[in-house]
Design a protein around this ligand. Structure first.
Ligand SMILES: [Zn+2]
Length: 258
């Protein structure tokens, strides 16, 4: 199992720091929106930065890339279809990342919707999925269509239930409040809300979650099921004949949910 720890940035971002199994003094980071907290974490742990993974082009995911590359010279592995600072590998669906000397190996998934070129890294039982799948939620559709996002989320939902989900923001409690509004009688959502609220009171991250937990509690992965679909229909005031229509209505509902 990979050793992964969160580096906090901005108000609610997590930059994931991965210890590289093949190099005890090495580390990789995912989506370094800010270089300073990454440098602090590397210094504190006595680690050298060996690789930078990027899921999509938004500034809070790439803002620290240039500074980290200029200091550490680490390769930048990012999406083929987006402009990423200092990109050394441009990756898309089906590509494999093999960093032999670090003993890190990931497969790349195209997951458009939040942005058009958004990718995820999957390997070692872990998923680094940026702003596409959140814990109990999903990213906003800034560039893609509901159909693209639904396909992307469905692709992630098919991964093994034990897969650990490392997304890029601490949104879990707000997302679970929405999930409970969609499915008030879902015991898994209520139970999870209590567990995650206790973590937050202790100042702990709620992440990673797992694909299995997401399938049980995330309304956006459950948009094709009867209860979430009926809730979406009641809110939208019209029938929703397809999973994509149900997903789109849930996403619209969440955009205005307080
Ligand atoms: Zn984003």
């Amino acid at each position: 199992m990979l050793e992964v720890s969160p580096v906090r940035a901005f108000s609610d971002n997590y930059i994931w720091l991965i210890r590289t199994p093949g190099d005890p003094t090495g580390a990789a980071v995912v989506d370094p929106g800010d270089a300073r907290p990454v440098e602090d974490a590397l210094d504190r742990e006595g680690l050298r930065l060996r690789a930078i993974f990027v899921t999509h082009h938004h500034p809070d995911h790439v803002g620290g890339v240039r500074d980290l590359v200029s200091r550490h010279g680490a390769p930048v592995l990012g999406p083929a279809r987006e402009e990423i600072p200092c990109a050394s590998s441009r990756l898309s669906d089906g590509d494999r990342v093999n960093l032999d000397e670090l003993a890190l190996e990931f497969s790349v998934l195209d997951i458009p919707g939040h942005t058009l070129g958004h990718i995820a890294f999957h390997g070692h039982g872990a998923l680094f999925c940026g702003d596409t799948l959140f814990s109990a939620g999903c990213g906003r559709l800034f560039e893609g269509t509901p159909e693209e996002m639904w396909d992307s989320l469905s692709k992630l939902a098919r991964l093994a239930p034990s897969t650990r989900v490392y997304c890029a923001h601490e949104y879990t409690l707000a997302n679970l409040a929405f999930a409970a509004a969609v499915e008030p009688a879902n015991d898994a959502i209520a139970a999870r809300a209590a567990v995650e609220a206790a973590k937050r009171r202790e100042g702990l991250p709620t992440l990673p979650s797992t694909i299995g937990e997401e399938r049980a509690t995330n309304p956006f992965l459950r948009a094709d099921l009867a209860v979430p679909r009926r809730a979406a229909e009641a809110h939208a005031g019209r029938p929703l004949a397809t999973p994509v229509a149900s997903f789109a209505a849930l996403r619209e509902w969440k955009n205005g949910f307080k």
